[in-house]
Ligand binder design. Structure first.
Ligand code: SAH
Length: 351
């Protein structure tokens, strides 16, 4: 049993079953045993690979999209350049390199990284190569000024609550203990105010998920953009609305039982983009990742990079382009939600 499993079993025996959100929060961010709090999980030798780790083109195109949005909004100075959950800092490093020649962009940018893991903050500091940066653990602490922000695979890591529709309301997925082992179960049915709008489009047995901590983060981002201008790009796997059980655990690039080794596997759920959009006071646009990157010019950039490569490196690069954009790979499953002030156009690549 992992040290965290031992701790959770003792706690549940003492005070009763816990929600999936409480379970996820401890598994991911417990200061001593949490998954992100204690390791760098990315890359081939880790548990999963993300778009910025697949190719430099991802951070470059996101960077140019934000820089063009900044120019389109009159190049406000100073402005907050922010990333949520920056992982190894690869996306931000690629973004900064790609935007270095946009006149005034770096000089006006006040970089803020929102990162809960001390291990990953240290990793990000190395990647930034001296670029001045402030680390925050809460979006509420972002300065009151124009905001240009990106979040890639951040919202899927926020704890969810999961409910199964019942004729008499909703039964919540909770984590209990059976024979000394952590086991999921369902609570007694109860009405849930936050799900009353889902009574009309679900039937008994249907599963829906909500992410209680996403709303306040979106409200903080959207509040800055509505008040001072700016753009946010939120990129993740998920869909418009929540339906079905999407709670999952990844370890060494394979799906594993989320309750088997708490703190050792990455726990995530699909993002409900409709819920994010509803939590923002701004306008929004929504697109699939593949078409978004295509409209930003990934083919031309890919060809340009391919021209300088040979053999295995060229093959790897072309495979990376496909992986980011092809419908059967990340192109359709991953979506982009952009937030922008009501009176302004969406960022490039979005409609
Ligand atoms: N954006 C990166 C990493 C995605 S993994 C990439 O695309 O490679 C999720 C990231 O969010 C990690 O950096 C993790 O430590 C961070 N994170 C998870 N939950 C968080 C929270 N509640 N607050 C701040 N950061 C969090």
């Amino acid at each position: 049993m992992t040290p965290l499993a031992d701790m959770l079993v003792r706690r549940i025996r003492a005070t009763g079953p816990i929600t999936l959100a409480d379970y996820m929060a401890d598994c991911l961010l417990h200061p001593d045993h949490g998954y992100y709090a204690t390791r760098d999980p990315f890359g081939a030798a880790g548990d999963f690979t993300t778009a910025p780790e697949i190719s430099q083109m991802f951070g470059e195109l996101v960077g140019l999209c934000l820089a063009q949005s900044w120019l389109d909004r009159g190049a406000p100075s100073p402005f907050t350049l922010a990333e949520f959950g920056p992982g190894r800092g690869t996306l931000m490093a690629d973004l900064l390199r790609a935007t270095a020649r946009v006149p005034g962009f770096h000089a006006a940018a006040r970089l803020h990284l929102i990162e809960a893991s001390p291990v990953l903050q240290a990793r990000q500091k190395l990647a930034l190569n001296g670029f001045p940066c402030t680390w925050l653990t809460s979006a509420d602490d972002l300065p009151e000024q124009p905001l240009f922000a990106v979040a890639n695979e951040f919202f899927d890591a926020l704890p969810i609550r999961q409910f199964t529709r019942d004729p008499d309301g909703w039964r919540e997925t909770v984590v209990g203990v059976t024979d000394g082992i952590l086991t999921p179960g369902l609570s007694a049915p109860a009405p849930i105010a936050a799900l009353s709008h889902r009574l009309s489009d679900t039937r008994p047995g249907d599963v829906v998920e909500i992410c209680p901590s996403a709303g306040p983060v979106i409200a903080a981002i959207g509040g800055r953009i509505a008040g001072h201008g700016g753009v946010a790009l939120i990129i993740d796997y998920g869909a418009w609305g929540s339906g079905g059980d999407t709670f999952q655990a990844l370890q060494a690039h394979s799906f594993v039982d989320p309750f088997a080794a708490p703190g050792q596997a990455d726990l995530t759920a699909h993002v409900d983009f409709a819920a994010l959009a509803a939590a923002s006071p701004t306008a929004h646009s929504y697109a699939e990742q593949g078409p978004f990157l295509s409209r930003l010019g990934i083919s031309a950039r890919s060809d340009r990079l391919a021209a300088g490569l040979e053999g295995k490196r060229r093959e790897y690069h072309l495979a990376a382009t496909r992986r980011l954009t092809a419908p059967a790979e990340m192109g359709t499953l991953f979506k982009v939600l952009s937030l922008h002030a009501v009176s302004t156009p969406p960022p490039p690549g979005m409609y």
